[in-house]
Write a protein that binds this ligand. Structure first.
Ligand code: ITT
Length: 192
């Protein structure tokens, strides 16, 4: 079976993909291939960072690989926090990051935002890009305790609850990550 590396250390994400591609690809993560480096994510776009990660694995391990990068884009903040989502306030603390977004949006009527995921799949020397977007609005207060990151202040269009109030299974059906992964999976299934 063809080997495919997922450039992540997140075991949960790995299992999800392994199951989805069972019988077609042997999915390995960074730990499985002995890649202990913290691969630099220094680009200023999601696509750039995802590609830095997937390319690193191809160059150092000579295996086909995919990597993802995600974040929140708020329209009235010139699409910030964007690639800086994980450390927008200077810290990895989600509450501090959320509070900074809410503070910057004080008095601003346009609360449109979107979560975006970009996947870079390096296969046979070619870079294939898959994107997933979910649109919504930033609430004025935090609601819910599920999920992670900016979930307590993101209300997807068509819903009257935030991502943090949704069951994980429900969020995973409609999320930016799910959309991007679905596109890659369709491509890979056709290809295998
Ligand atoms: P890895 O790169 O190691 O996978 P990460 O935390 O950087 O971990 P992402 O690139 O997927 O993960 O996302 C970057 C940040 O964007 C993340 O730390 C959150 O603050 C935010 N984010 C991404 N997806 C999110 C989601 O589904 N819900 C809430 N916040 C999210």
């Amino acid at each position: 079976m063809k080997k495919l590396v997922f450039a992540t250390n997140n075991q949960h994400k790995t299992e999800e993909i392994r199951l989805a591609l069972a019988g077609k690809y042997d999915v390995l993560n960074l730990e499985d291939i002995g890649c202990l480096t913290d691969i630099p994510e220094t680009a200023d776009t999601f696509e750039g960072n995802a590609t830095l990660k997937s390319r690193y694995v191809v160059e150092h391990f000579n295996l086909d690989c995919f990597a993802d990068d995600s974040g929140l884009e708020v329209e009235a903040l010139n699409n910030e926090p964007g690639v800086y989502s994980a450390r927008y306030s200077g810290s990895r603390d989600s509450l501090e990051n959320i509070q900074l977004v809410l503070k910057k949006l004080e008095g601003i009527g346009n609360r449109k935002a979107r979560f975006k995921t970009v996947i870079s799949l390096m296969q046979d020397g070619k870079n294939h890009i898959f994107e997933g977007v979910i649109k919504g609005t930033i609430t004025t207060e935090l609601s819910g305790s599920k999920g992670f990151g900016y979930d307590p202040i993101f209300q997807p269009d068509g819903y009257d609850i935030t991502f943090a109030e949704m069951d994980m299974a429900e969020k995973n059906k409609i999320s930016h990550r799910a959309i991007a992964l679905e596109k890659m999976m369709t491509f890979l299934k056709g290809d295998a």
